[in-house]
Write a protein that binds this ligand. Structure first.
Ligand SMILES: *Cc1c(COP(=O)(O)O)cnc(C)c1O
Length: 368
């Protein structure tokens, strides 16, 4: 393929030397759980998100699981309570809910933003609803004043799945990660800032939630050999913290490049059979540039024939997965339609502006 979808080796090449030195610092420190790199990472992330606290954890799924578990330990919610979630998210969002014995209530996204909208949520609230778990899918902010109003009206907490939108800002000027009561970050290697393995984090302004999550991720213990909760081992690996400390300062630059590529696609792609994503007034970070086609298979085949590699995020909605058999009979037509039509174009630091113009030109020449 002339235009690869993503090449992680190429993404990390500019950082390779700095990362090697950072990893070596950990090796020589003699401290392999917690430590300075973790502390530095947490203070950088909380500054970046604009929250009082950040807690490094093992990955994005664990970040979500721990937030909901902390709410249960606190007594804010209990098994069987309901969590409103988008119907077209990555399955991790839903797994965090069901793992805690909670019930996902699927909110359909808007077709144009491919994200949920606050105005659609009121009708999904029941006496058992406790949380709106919103997902900033593809790097687009899924938070608005009406979502906050629904939460306030019913005493719900908004939790952000911010795996795909680090560095994005809502139209109110606040960063994702600080919009709700707590937020989960993922640093899976393909995300906008990726570790060299699994890593994640939680941000929040709530001191009690932050310390509960820190304890839950560490066998339920705050003080050594004194266990308050039936916790887990979900700590952030200091080698990953060291990698992230190298990469986090480049976030603005990395996201700026994605935005440039998205701008080129947005202005140059002009094919009546292809629907471009909506250009919103939030500061999006373009984790994916997702177009839609009702003839996806042929469209992708023609792109591949011209050397353009694409991907699908995601081909099967969570409620249609065998793992969620209980929900298989639900009809969620918007999520199902999106799963059939979405195509992700290359957008990363290995896609140059020239590549993007060429890919747009190829797309404009396609007739399905
Ligand atoms: C990647 C991702 C997760 C899970 O993060 P991991 O670090 O891979 O566990 C959760 N939600 C969304 C929307 C994601 O994209």
């Amino acid at each position: 393929m002339r235009y690869k979808f993503l090449d992680l080796g190429e993404v990390n090449a500019p950082y390779a030397e700095e990362i090697s030195r950072a990893v070596e610092r950990v090796v020589r420190s003699g401290r392999y759980i917690g430590g300075e790199e973790n502390d530095m990472f947490e203070s950088r992330l909380s500054r970046l998100a604009g929250t009082r606290y950040a807690v490094g954890v093992s990955n994005g799924l664990d970040a979500l699981r721990l937030i909901l578990r902390a709410y249960i330990e606190e007594g804010f919610m209990q098994h069987g309570d309901e969590v409103i979630v988008p119907s077209n998210t990555y399955i991790a969002t839903i797994l965090a809910v069901v793992d805690n014995g909670l019930r996902p209530v699927f909110a359909e996204p808007r077709l144009d933003t491919m994200n949920i909208c606050g105005a659609d949520l009121e009708g999904l609230v029941t006496p058992r609803t406790r949380v709106i778990l919103t997902v900033h899918l593809y790097g687009r902010v899924a938070y608005d004043a009406e979502m906050q109003a629904v939460a306030d009206r019913h005493g719900l907490r908004i939790v952000e799945d911010n795996a795909q939108a680090i560095g994005a800002k809502a139209s109110n000027g606040h960063s994702t990660g600080s919009l709700g009561h707590a937020a989960a970050f993922s640093f899976y290697p393909t995300k906008n800032i990726g570790a060299m393995g699994d890593a994640g984090a939680v941000t929040t302004d709530d001191e009690a939630t932050a310390s509960r999550i820190r304890a839950l991720a560490n066998y339920g213990s705050i003080q050594r050999y004194h266990n308050v909760y039936q916790g887990f081992n979900c700590r952030l690996d200091p080698i990953q913290a060291a990698v992230l400390n190298v990469k986090l300062p480049y976030l603005t630059e990395e996201n700026g490049h994605r935005r440039k590529i998205a701008e080129i696609y947005n202005s140059a792609i002009d094919n009546r059979q292809i629907i471009n994503p909506l250009w919103g007034d939030d500061e999006m970070v373009w984790h994916q540039y997702v177009v839609r086609s009702t003839h996806r298979k042929a469209f992708r085949e023609q792109l591949a024939a011209c050397g353009v590699e694409t991907d699908i995020h995601y081909p099967t909605p969570p409620h249609r997965q065998p793992a969620l058999a209980e929900y298989n009979s639900l009809s969620l037509p918007v999520a199902e339609r999106l799963a059939d039509e979405v195509v992700s174009l290359p957008i990363s630091s290995c896609t140059s502006e020239e590549d993007a113009r060429e890919i747009a030109r190829i797309i404009n020449g396609i007739s399905i």
